[in-house]
Design a protein around this ligand. Structure first.
Ligand code: COA
Length: 158
């Protein structure tokens, strides 16, 4: 299934609608909320946060945040790191997650990036199979929070 989405900048006009996009309560251990993501972005300028709301037509359905072209160092994976990805509880399972990754990959390739890293909490209900299904491969490393590190080779993407 291929979903039609747009990545949209977040402004005062749409901020509340985007913050209202939430995952299932049982998924909250896998991902921080949009609101917390704004706080994390503000607190970590060195991580060069880049974020967008995800819309289907006029409906906000998700949120994505990356570290964009950082200098990797202690506690900072990069240069490109998928920091946050969420699709609203009522919108999951319709291809939005994969469509968001496809859009992000196109933007990264246009920017000259060669790989995208991410991390996720392993275990029951984890998004790890979603990432693996897209082409991410575990690097074998685990971060300080016990999250599995995954890598997507952008050269292998169309
Ligand atoms: C993970 C997430 C972004 C996936 O978005 P989505 O729109 O539901 O995913 P899609 O509909 O694009 O699914 C694409 C494929 O991945 C599979 N998939 C999605 N979530 C999955 C999961 N948790 N486990 C296993 N497979 C999953 C789908 O079944 C689909 O498979 P198919 O190609 O065989 O049809 C979404 O479920 C989400 O926001 N989860 C909670 C937050 C989260 O965990 N974010 C990641 C933080 S690291």
């Amino acid at each position: 299934m291929s979903a039609q989405i747009r990545l949209v900048e977040i402004t005062d006009a749409n901020r509340d609608a985007v913050v209202a996009v939430r995952v299932h309560p049982a998924q909250e251990r896998f991902v921080a909320s949009v609101e917390k993501s704004f706080v994390h972005a503000r607190e970590s300028p060195e991580a060069k946060p880049w974020f967008r709301a995800v819309y289907d037509g006029d409906v906000p359905v998700g949120f994505v945040m990356l570290s964009w072209n950082t200098v990797p160092g202690p506690g900072l994976l990069g240069p490109y790191f998928l920091w946050r990805l969420l699709v609203g509880a009522g919108h999951q399972g319709r291809g939005y997650g994969r469509a968001i990754l496809n859009e992000v990959v196109a933007l990264l390739k246009a920017a000259g990036a060669t790989e995208l890293l991410t991390s996720c909490v392993p275990g029951q209900g984890s998004p790890e199979p979603f990432y693996r299904g897209f082409g991410f491969v575990p690097t074998g490393e685990v971060d300080d929070d016990g999250e599995v590190i995954l890598r997507l080779d952008l050269g292998s993407r169309p």
